[in-house]
Design a protein around this ligand. Structure first.
Ligand SMILES: [Zn+2]
Length: 433
């Protein structure tokens, strides 16, 4: 276990805040016609795509109507945050986490909102466009100069992905957790690696369905062609922040694991059981080997594509993976699974081994190593796998009668070699993890 803190990176508008910070500011206009949002939005969408420039135009028009900076700051202080934000932030800090806010708005808006709600104290850094002047009118500068225009996902100016890269280079964090909602969060989400987490906020209650951009993008458009290993696009409802905050860290990860291991019938139908099984294992930090291939696949992006049923999973290898019994539903429909190696997976219990029966006609080799929850009741389930030729058991503290279990397996599976040896070598992957 690393002692480094986890880094939690939050998008601001619509993720932490209930609605975009531009709306209360624009609503200050005494005369909406004179504000002429239609033109401002047209310029933004068709000419520059720079949010800071768009807001500078808004500020200028507001000033023309006599709205001063102080009034704008006042509305920023009252921006409504998603329920549970306070508890979540406190909880993250209590668990030695760091919080960074990353926003296309500006540092002033985020700062004023968080300070007024007593949350600024928890935040390590706000990565946003800097406000250059507040008087007589607020002027927001670009995040970086020269202007970033090369990212294929981000609008010009602030590239969230490159900010993530800079944090990662510093090597000060264990995991990264990114929470966002919109298409300008996709870039950051794609930079997460296999030990990180991405939450895409999804507001089920929204009639407009404007909050689900990133969720859709991740799940449908980009999920199969990610350049980095992205393992999760979860649903973050408005309430989930309060849900997380009421859990301790252990519960939080249990909850995440439950999402990782959830059987996705639709996905199985879409891509076939073999690929879906591979996705499940790699999502959880495990690996697979496909039939007629030598190499084990550990890279999510290296999962071979091809129509359903073309690539067969022949071997499952889970070393220190967060797989749970629920995930083993993905064995259903596998026709060529011959080998299963489970090592140091803390959540594997007796029930999990019972689920191997789904592959009883093909399984030839099972290794159960360093599994603290396993007892002879679980190992005994192997007797139903009549095709087994090799069983390796090691370091199973829950198995009380070693001789008894070896005798049982040898009697029930006469064609199988049973090796119970606590000096069984540790998986090489453990050195990397
Ligand atoms: Zn980018």
């Amino acid at each position: 276990m690393s002692n480094l803190p986890n880094l939690f990176i939050f998008d601001f508008d619509d993720t932490l805040s209930v609605r975009g910070s531009c709306y209360p500011i624009e609503e200050l206009a005494i005369n909406q016609d004179q504000l002429n949002l239609k033109e401002i939005n047209y310029n933004y969408l068709k000419t520059h795509r720079c949010w800071n420039r768009r807001m500078n135009e808004v500020h200028k028009k507001l000033a023309e109507q006599g709205i001063d900076t102080q009034q704008i700051i006042e509305v920023c202080r009252t921006i409504e945050l998603s329920p549970g934000t306070h508890e979540l932030f406190r909880d993250i800090i209590d668990h030695n986490g760091k919080i960074v806010i990353m926003s296309n708005a500006c540092d002033l808006v985020v700062q004023e909102c968080l300070r007024a709600q007593n949350l600024l104290q928890y935040v390590d850094k706000i990565e946003s466009n800097p406000v250059r002047q507040t008087d007589p009118v607020i002027v927001i500068d670009e995040y970086e100069n020269p202007l970033q225009t090369t990212c294929q996902f981000c609008d010009p100016n602030l590239c969230k992905g490159s900010i993530i890269d800079q944090y990662r280079k510093r090597n000060l964090y264990d995991r990264m957790v990114f929470v966002g909602d919109g298409d300008n969060d996709v870039c950051a989400a794609l930079r997460m690696n296999k030990t990180d987490y991405v939450f895409a906020k999804y507001d089920e209650t929204s009639e407009k369905q404007v909050y689900d951009t990133m969720y859709d993008l991740l799940k449908n458009r980009y999920f199969q062609q990610l350049k980095t290993e992205l393992f999760m696009a979860s649903i973050l409802t408005k309430r989930i922040t309060s849900q997380i905050s009421s859990m301790n860290k252990r519960q939080f990860f249990t909850w995440l694991n439950a999402i990782w291991n959830r059987y996705d019938q639709k996905r199985v139908q879409e891509i076939g059981p073999d690929r879906a099984c591979a996705e499940w294992l790699l999502r959880c930090g495990g690996a697979v080997r496909f039939k007629n291939r030598q190499a084990i696949t550990t890279d999510y992006n290296a999962i071979p594509s091809g129509g359903p049923g073309q690539q067969k999973v022949e071997e499952i290898r889970a070393v220190k993976a967060c797989i749970t019994s629920d995930g083993f539903a993905y064995l259903k429909g596998l026709t060529d699974l011959r080998k299963v190696h489970l090592e140091k997976c803390d959540q594997i219990g007796d029930g999990t081994i019972a689920r191997l029966k789904q592959s009883k006609d093909t399984l030839e080799s099972v290794a159960l190593i360093d599994l603290p929850q396993l007892t002879e009741n679980g190992v005994g389930n192997l007797t139903e796998l009549k095709n087994l030729k090799q069983i390796d058991l090691a370091r199973l503290p829950g198995v009380k009668s070693r001789d008894g279990i070896v005798r049982l397996l040898t009697n029930e599976l006469p064609g199988c070699h049973v090796n119970y040896d606590d000096s069984y070598p540790h998986a090489p992957e453990l050195q990397e993890k």
